[in-house]
Design a protein around this ligand. Structure first.
Ligand code: ADP
Length: 383
């Protein structure tokens, strides 16, 4: 039944809104209320508690997924639309309000005729004089989704803060410890306390800790650049094999101190491409670091080849591998396929790598399964 067709009975239930106009003119009051409901898209409903007859307006029905007004709306129909997990709670709240001749205010999930799930808010009040339950309802799905996104963002922020502080603290603690030992030895034995080899080792270790700190801070800065759209690229010509070689050369100390050793390189093709050299080196460095980190100390292979109009760099390890269901997830911010208690990390490297490769109109993907090792493949357009 059309809201407009309902006489003043329905309107009178919304007396708080209408009362200021009622004295003047009922038609004017009705018009004003109709305008207000249309503007707010507020669903309005009413149940006669004696006859169980229901009256609804179009916005009420729209909140249940109907584009046209539903004739003969019933409480049974309402109950069938409630999400099974919410049904008992909602019905008991409504029945409670009826029993106590009071009101209710709730949020619930509803199932639309097409099977989709939506959120709805609903407020109702028993009008004692007329023995009617009247109320309003509204689709609040967008608000709920926004709340969910916000909750998720806060969760990731807190998790990030806790992991980031842990990650930053680890190299700092090691550096601090080294300084303390150094000071103690020098105080006790003077300059003689340290042999050249020992100093070299100490400097090398400190360098590694500082590099780790720099990498972490750089990653965090990159995340903020990506978020604000400020990750920019300066393209220049580079030779693909030379580019990969320069990263491996720089990482020699890391390879030499790992069981994996230096990677085996297959330079199948050579050629020039236009890239932001520093950024692509960062991607390769990140993938090689991961191969060391997750590679169980087994050999690593790097292959450079040209496939039609793309250059392909494949970095293969023989480590822990990644379940196929996690392949998409690990390219998202803060997402990891392994708990921080097993191998530490912020879950930012692959996200940043993908943003960089995307910025080159390239593609990054992987072939991997649990315990089967991983091959990360970066494809960049040839000139
Ligand atoms: P981080 O290593 O700091 O966690 P990344 O973004 O580099 O961040 O990697 C995201 C996740 O992907 C890692 O936590 C790990 O679970 C998985 N991963 C990345 N590279 C490898 C690899 N070579 N082998 C196995 N798992 C990997």
């Amino acid at each position: 039944m059309q809201f407009a067709e309902q006489p003043i009975t329905l309107l009178s239930q919304f007396s708080n809104f209408v009362r200021p106009f009622m004295g003047k003119n009922k038609v004017e009051a009705e018009e004003r209320l109709q305008l207000a409901t249309e503007a707010s898209r507020l669903g309005i409903w009413e149940i006669d508690l004696k006859t169980h007859q229901c009256f609804t307006n179009i916005f009420h029905d729209q909140a249940f997924g109907y584009s046209k007004e539903i004739k003969n709306w019933t409480f049974q129909k309402f109950s069938e639309h409630l999400h099974p997990e919410d049904r008992e709670r909602v019905i008991s709240q409504i029945k409670g309000a009826i029993a106590q001749k009071s009101s209710f205010d709730l949020e619930t999930r509803v199932l639309w005729p097409d099977g989709s799930r939506h959120w709805m808010s609903m407020t109702g009040k028993v009008a004692r004089e007329t023995n009617r339950l009247v109320g309003v309802n509204q689709n609040i799905t967008e608000k709920k989704l926004a709340e969910e996104t916000l909750r998720e963002a806060l969760f990731y922020r807190d998790e990030f803060l806790s992991i980031a502080s842990h990650e930053l603290k680890t190299p700092l603690t090691s550096l601090k410890l080294q300084c303390q030992i150094f000071k103690r030895v020098v105080k006790r034995d003077g300059e003689e306390g340290y042999s050249k080899e020992r100093v070299d080792r100490l400097v090398e270790q400190s360098d590694q800790h500082v590099n780790r700190l720099v990498r972490l801070v750089d990653d965090m800065l990159d995340i903020s650049r990506i978020r604000t759209g400020k990750l920019s690229f300066t393209f220049e010509k580079a030779e693909i094999c030379q580019l990969v070689d320069s990263v491996i050369e720089r990482m020699k100390p890391q390879f030499d101190s790992s069981y994996s050793g230096r990677p085996v390189i297959f330079r199948c093709d050579r050629g020039e491409l236009k890239v932001d050299r520093m950024r692509i080196e960062q991607v390769i460095c990140n993938l090689l670091n991961n191969a060391l980190k997750y590679g169980r100390g087994l050999p690593i292979e790097v292959k450079i080849e040209r496939c039609e109009d793309v250059f392909r760099i494949s970095i293969k390890d023989n480590g822990i591998g990644i379940l196929p269901k996690n392949h998409g997830k690990i390219f998202s911010r803060f997402q990891r396929a392994i708990p921080a208690s097993e191998v530490s990390g912020l879950g930012l490297g692959l996200y940043i790598a993908q943003q960089i490769v995307d910025g080159h109109n390239g593609r990054i993907h992987l072939v991997s399964d649990l315990d089967q090792g991983s091959t990360f493949i970066v494809e960049l357009p040839a000139n």
